[in-house]
Ligand binder design. Structure first.
Ligand code: PAF
Length: 281
């Protein structure tokens, strides 16, 4: 596996592969790999001739009071895991390389970025879109893989790719859960053992709404109440940032729930802010 922190040499390598007729898949990450990242690497491996994984904790997507400084990192373990999973090139740029002194161009998709996570993280998706577009321009991938755990992020990146005619196919990878149902996330490492045990209730609450939907309930307000009541009883230490039932593509609230309606939520538990989503059907 090649490892490079230099955007120019990664650009040259990817261009050489493509010139030789080889397709390139990119998996953008912030590292501290778990099975969710591994599943994206494996899907990329199946789809393309060459797999590039970027590992960059992108400062521009963190707000001033957020966890940039404490975001979990383990570059050695990440290197080993990328190597074991058939990655051809690990791109590990520094902040200075990605954001040189006079950096001044930003990309955003306001229509989809101001809702859900965007309400508490108003600059987050602008940072995500900007770094992802930079990664696309450096790696020129045919395919780019993003986890469905970040449903809003995936939706925004698909919109950006379509709006800007980017020559890349955006592929969503299924959300990977721990055995007890907690969505895998690097930020789960912030949880104390007690909080970690309780965190399984987040997805259980969503399952409770699925069961109610399967029994015939179609009112989004009632399904939301069903989830909030479940959490009140089973996750009293959690603080709900938001919970919404939305259209999977437009992210607009759907008062009348359908099979493809997406339940999307963020819940604070201890030091962690945990996101999850699930379709009703
Ligand atoms: O999902 C993430 O890990 C990040 O938001 C991404 C897409 C790598 C951009 O920094």
């Amino acid at each position: 596996m090649m490892i490079s922190s230099a955007p120019r040499s990664v650009q040259e390598q990817c261009a050489a592969w493509r010139k030789a007729g080889q397709s390139v898949a990119l998996v953008p990450t912030m590292g501290f790999f778990h099975q969710g990242h591994v599943s994206l690497m494996q899907a990329a491996r199946e789809k393309a001739d060459k797999v590039v994984v970027s590992l960059f904790v992108n400062p521009s997507q963190f707000g001033p009071a957020e966890d940039l400084g404490s975001y979990p990192r383990d570059p050695e373990r990440d290197r080993a895991m990328a190597g074991e999973n058939g990655v051809d090139l690990l791109f590990t740029p520094s902040s200075r390389e990605m954001y040189p002194l006079h950096f001044g161009t930003w990309v955003s998709v306001p229509s989809l970025s101001e809702t859900l996570c965007g309400k508490t993280r108003p600059t987050h998706f602008k940072g995500v879109c900007t770094v992802v577009l930079k990664l696309f321009n450096i790696c020129t991938p045919d395919f780019a893989f993003f986890g469905e755990k970040d449903w809003q992020q995936l939706t925004i990146i698909k919109r950006m790719a379509e709006d800007l005619n980017l020559p890349v196919q955006i592929v969503g990878g299924p959300l990977v859960r721990e055995a007890d149902g907690l969505a895998m996330s690097s930020r789960n490492s912030y949880l104390t053992p007690k909080e970690r045990f309780a965190a399984a209730q987040i997805s259980q609450g969503l399952h409770a709404a699925r069961a109610r939907f399967a029994a015939g309930e179609r009112s989004a307000a009632k399904l939301e109440k069903c989830i909030l009541d479940y959490w009140l009883d089973n996750l009293p230490q959690g603080r709900v940032d938001y919970l919404e039932l939305v259209h999977p593509d437009t992210l607009e609230a759907q008062p009348l729930a359908r099979t493809d309606t997406r339940m999307i939520t963020a819940v604070y538990l201890g030091k962690a802010r945990l996101i999850d989503n699930m379709s009703l059907g």
